[in-house]
Design a protein around this ligand. Structure first.
Ligand SMILES: NCc1[nH]cc(CCC(=O)O)c1CC(=O)O
Length: 336
């Protein structure tokens, strides 16, 4: 017989054995509205599970919050939104960090680990339109419509289906982007539905982009909790807020991305579905002009999520994914 002990019970047991006073746990977060909503949500969930522990939120600015005038794709993104928080953990200034999982690189620094993945919101992208297009959908927006997105993944896939649109970079946090749209700088934006939902702005989701048009980013809509790999007490606590189905899906997606050696700023999209014990992973690699596209699907046991990711990466490499990615890296490095 297998007995499932809840993380709370295990933690209570551990602290009663060593009888040390409950510690104060410091949570690191970026300062954007979305980051704070996400961090306070995690804090609240943990506080409910562990009423005797104090969870404090410490905010930090990351490089990605500071550089707002350069297209994301040109900066080279490795850890743009996570690095300062990671340094904070390694220096013992904070104990764990809450990230939008899609911003967390697939290879973490030595000494840190992905402790838990929380339940995912809708991972799809959303079309958000200017008022004047409120009767339109993505396929009825006029020729030349200016679409704001700073993601190569969205750009490549949308260009493939809608070559008649004009694509324009948009930076800044969600609130800033929406203000630019409303001021008429864009006809529409493509944003993560999850971010809008978390900020209580689901009314701005005009249309969910169907997966036949565009696959979402790896880890989109889920939160990733990162902590020091040797903090076993905290690792046990954090399991209380893990969502196993989301974890399996996201581990498959991250393993796929890692195998293709892509960061979050490459035109790689995914979709995952769980059915019983099985996980189905679909992935796409596209060229920035939307001309070349390779896409395939694998299915297997959800328990072997990471193996599915590498299997799909291998399949897409056989179909030319590496050539598409190498071309993109060359362009980005030239800075053009
Ligand atoms: N890179 C920015 C970012 N990081 C996480 C989200 C939204 C929430 C999520 O995807 O979990 C966004 C904004 C967006 O892509 O529209």
């Amino acid at each position: 017989m297998r007995v499932n002990l809840s993380p709370c019970l295990i933690y209570c047991f551990m602290t009663s054995v060593v009888s040390s006073p409950p510690r104060t746990i410091r949570i690191g977060s970026r300062k954007s509205q979305l980051a704070l909503v996400q961090t306070y949500w995690v804090q609240e969930q943990l506080q409910k599970s562990f009423p005797d522990i104090t969870f404090e939120v410490h905010t930090m600015s990351t490089q990605g919050d500071k550089i707002l005038d350069v297209a994301l794709a040109k900066i080279g993104d490795k850890g743009l939104f996570t690095k300062e928080l990671e340094v904070g953990m390694l220096n013992q200034e904070i104990d764990f960090a809450v990230h939008s999982l899609k911003d967390l690189p697939t290879n973490l620094p030595e000494g840190l680990t992905l402790a838990a993945i929380t339940e995912r919101e809708n991972p799809a992208d959303a079309l958000v339109v200017h008022e004047k297009h409120k009767d339109k959908q993505i396929d009825t927006l006029p020729e030349g419509a200016v679409i704001g997105t700073s993601s190569l993944r969205r750009l490549a896939q949308l260009r493939h289906h809608f070559p008649h649109f004009t694509f324009k970079d948009v930076r800044g946090n969600l609130i800033t982007r929406l203000a630019k749209l409303d001021a008429g700088e864009y006809d529409a934006l493509i944003l993560a539905a999850a971010g809008l939902e978390r900020l209580g702005m689901s009314d701005r989701v005009h249309q969910i982009i169907p997966k036949e048009i565009s696959l979402h980013a790896v880890g989109q809509g889920a939160l990733g909790i990162e902590c020091r790999a040797d903090d076993s007490e905290l690792l046990t606590l954090l399991k209380a807020i893990e969502h196993p189905a989301t974890r399996d899906r996201c581990l498959a997606e991250r393993s796929f991305l890692r195998s293709l050696e892509g960061g979050c700023q490459v035109p790689i999209g995914v979709n995952t579905e769980i059915s019983g014990e099985n996980l189905t992973l679909t992935g796409i690699v596209a060229s920035i002009d939307g001309q070349k596209l390779v896409k395939d699907t694998v299915t297997g046991i959800a328990n072997n999520a990471e193996a599915l990711g590498t299997e799909l990466a291998e399949l897409l490499r056989q179909q030319g994914a590496q050539e598409i990615l190498s071309e993109i890296f060359a362009v980005i490095q030239r800075g053009s």
